[in-house]
Write a protein that binds this ligand. Structure first.
Ligand code: ZN
Length: 350
């Protein structure tokens, strides 16, 4: 009996010692101890910049940057092994480029900096870098975030002056495929297409949409060929450089997943267009790569210009359905498509 008690006491002691030595306070290396911001006036041709400077006691590169998937207008920077010192907050910013910034201890060793922007965050909206300690200017090591006014994203290479037809799949009386949580393909394709339109226009391209709201292009309850031909006819009425149809995939098995792009080889440009779009989508969206494939699809076959049809992801797959329904992910896909178009025009002109 005594022996048992001693054993229990010993194990308790071991557990306690481990708890003390594993305390995360040992891992805290950095402390946020100052914050300031300023407007940087650049030349007339350059956009306005709001510069945020976060001062730390020591130099670190141990941080990650993310866009909040639930609030895509929040830019999140997680500083690892860092505690927040005394900072007066939340700080209200200029309101136009950024609304406010807050510092929160999200766990024992992570400080999260949240910057609330007035619109969805995009990669072109901000720049992050560090500055070393400057003893002369009495400035500590700083993490600098520059928020830029201007287009949400632009790929000027090759896009300026080009005309692109964007065809959001389905619409109106035709919902397209419907996911397990009842998300409709027609809504996802329109949301992504509208984001593509905005980025392309910011990049100097002309965009023609076969539809820009929830409607049938030919008319309600038309036959497939009437509806699809109506979309092809948009290209006959407005000569364009590229025709791009945007869809989401669907399969009987919920496990099917990934991104694919289809083309019909009318000239060597069709395959190049499809492969560029596929690369852009996989790079930005990060889903598995099902490749650029030849197919006999109506709109890509009948369009007179280079054409492709992208299947962004599988709406029949629960994980991909919820990604497709997220505004932040839709923006990533739109950026991937525009990167693909930009690469296509850069290569096609060679
Ligand atoms: Zn479809």
């Amino acid at each position: 009996m005594k022996r048992k008690i001693i054993l229990i006491c010993l194990s308790l002691l071991v557990l306690l010692t481990q708890a003390v030595f594993a305390a995360p306070s040992n891992q805290i290396k950095y402390k946020v101890n100052s914050f300031s911001y300023s407007m940087v006036d650049k030349t007339d041709t350059q956009p306005k910049v709001l510069r945020l400077e976060i001062g730390l006691n020591n130099a670190t590169n141990d941080f990650t940057t993310n866009i909040d998937s639930l609030n895509p207008s929040d830019l999140l920077i997680d500083l690892n092994q860092t505690r927040v010192g005394k900072i007066k907050q939340p700080v209200t910013l200029d309101g136009k480029l950024a609304k406010s910034i807050e510092f929160n201890q999200v766990d024992q060793s992570t400080t999260r900096v949240t910057i609330h922007l007035p619109q969805e965050v995009s990669a072109a909206n901000y720049k992050i870098y560090t500055l070393p300690k400057d003893s002369k200017a009495k400035k500590p090591f700083r993490l600098v975030i520059e928020i830029v006014d201007g287009p949400i994203y632009s790929f000027t290479a090759g896009l300026n002056g080009k005309t692109i037809i964007i065809d959001p799949g389905h619409g109106g009386s035709d919902p397209g495929a419907i996911g397990p949580s009842r998300i409709c393909e027609k809504d996802v394709t329109l949301a992504v297409s509208l984001k593509v339109q905005e980025i392309l226009r910011n990049s100097g391209a002309n965009v023609i949409m076969t539809r820009d709201d929830d409607r049938d292009v030919y008319g309600p309850n038309a036959s497939d060929s009437e509806e699809l031909q109506a979309r092809v006819n948009v290209g006959k009425n407005y000569p364009a450089n590229v025709f791009l149809s945007i869809h989401a995939n669907s399969f009987t098995s919920q496990s099917a997943h990934g991104t694919a792009t289809y083309y019909y080889e009318k000239s060597s440009y069709d395959g190049l267009l499809a492969q560029s779009l596929q690369n852009g989508l996989v790079d930005f969206g990060g889903l598995s790569d099902r490749g650029a494939q030849e197919a006999n699809f109506y709109v890509v076959k009948r369009s007179s210009m280079p054409a492709a049809l992208v299947e962004l992801a599988f709406i029949s797959n629960p994980r991909e359905e919820s990604l497709l329904n997220s505004s932040a992910f839709q923006l990533k896909l739109a950026e991937g498509i525009c990167k693909g178009l930009s690469d296509f025009f850069s290569q096609a002109s060679k």
